[in-house]
Design a protein around this ligand. Structure first.
Ligand code: PRT
Ligand code: ZN
Length: 297
């Protein structure tokens, strides 16, 4: 492979991961000029280009060295690793990205009881994930027949071509519409930044490190909330124990109210209404939850 001085990232051309992936890269300060065939996007600021492809092709493109990194569902990355064990070992999940969440699950017809994997012995299970399903069946000691289908897996039991399915589930609406019920979860998935375990040793390595640092900052900011509230001093311990991620808060005295303090804390993760209500019951008031735009320690 010819040495390259620009980093190349593969991402989904059109699908569920396209918009959030593009938004994430934009937040990392990357700008792209789209080429006319819309397959290759030239990076304008940093030396990072994009290749827009079908998500299923992304792990292979990284393994072959055509791309250095890719944004892809963990389900697709793991499937590639199980179905291409030789090429797959060189690939790694570099960062979880927090979008495109779903799970790969076994589902059975609604009226069938389920108590353990052994019940699937001798059954036909339809899936687009034969590698992951095969591995799960092996590790659970189940002898089932894997029926490979490229799509529309959920209708297989009604068509009589399978007894159960193994497919991605997010809201569960597709399963309900097909009178199926989720039983075992094989993989909790989300979009990940995939790459080779070893960063390239040429200039691309430095660009990759820069990108990873920016990505960490963007993810940290995205997942952080600043919370401000006023609390009686004697309720502080209880209120701070309710803050998500248990941050160390900054306390400010309130003029004319020595028993009160203003609490400021940077929380990891969002703050739910329920958590606010619990803090209010513990004595907090005037609560404000703010998004964080940038952070530099
Ligand atoms: O053309 P290309 O091959 O690139 O796209 P694709 O059709 O293979 O992928 P796409 O865009 O559908 O999904 C890309 C990635 O999004 C997947 O690999 C997952 O990592 C992630 N993702 C998150 C999902 C879902 N949620 C999801 N709900 N991928 C698919 N689904 C499908 C699922 O297969 C089922 O048919 O949605 C249906 C179930 O959804 P619910 O909400 O009814 O449960
Ligand atoms: Zn696909």
């Amino acid at each position: 492979m010819k040495p390259r001085d620009r980093l190349r990232i593969a991402m989904q051309k059109s699908g569920r991961l396209t918009d959030p992936a593009q938004e994430l890269l934009a937040r990392c300060g990357l700008k792209f000029r789209q080429s006319r065939d819309k397959l290759f996007c030239f990076g304008e600021g940093e030396p990072v280009d994009l290749l827009l492809v079908r998500d299923d092709d992304i792990p292979g493109l990284i393994a072959e060295g055509v791309c250095d990194m890719g944004i892809v569902g963990r389900n697709v990355l793991r499937e590639y690793q199980y179905s291409h064990p030789e090429e797959g070992v060189a690939l790694d999940e570099l960062r979880p990205l927090g979008f495109g969440r779903c799970r790969l699950s076994i589902a059975l017809p609604q009226d069938e009881a389920y108590d353990s994997p052994s019940q699937l012995n001798g059954q036909r299970i339809a899936t687009s994930y034969p590698g992951l399903l095969g591995e799960w069946l092996r590790s659970n000691g189940v002898g089932a027949k894997v029926v490979y289908l490229a799509g529309s897996v959920e209708i297989a039991p009604r068509l009589g071509t399978a007894d159960a399915i193994c497919d991605l589930v997010s809201s569960g609406a597709t399963l309900v519409a097909n009178q199926l019920r989720e039983t075992a979860i094989l993989v909790e998935s989300e979009a990940v930044l995939a790459g080779r375990s070893e960063l390239p040793t040429d200039e691309r390595g430095e660009i990759a490190e820069l990108l990873l640092r920016r990505l960490d900052g963007v993810i940290q900011v995205r997942d952080s909330r600043l919370i401000l509230l006023q609390a009686p001093r004697d309720a502080l311990a209880e209120i701070t124990s309710l803050l998500p991620g248990l941050p160390v808060p900054t306390l400010t005295a309130v003029d004319g109210a020595p028993d009160q303090v203003v609490v400021q804390a940077l929380c990891a993760g969002s703050v739910s209404w329920r958590q606010l209500e619990d803090m209010k019951r513990a004595g907090a008031r005037d609560m404000l939850v703010l998004p964080v735009e940038k952070m530099l320690a």
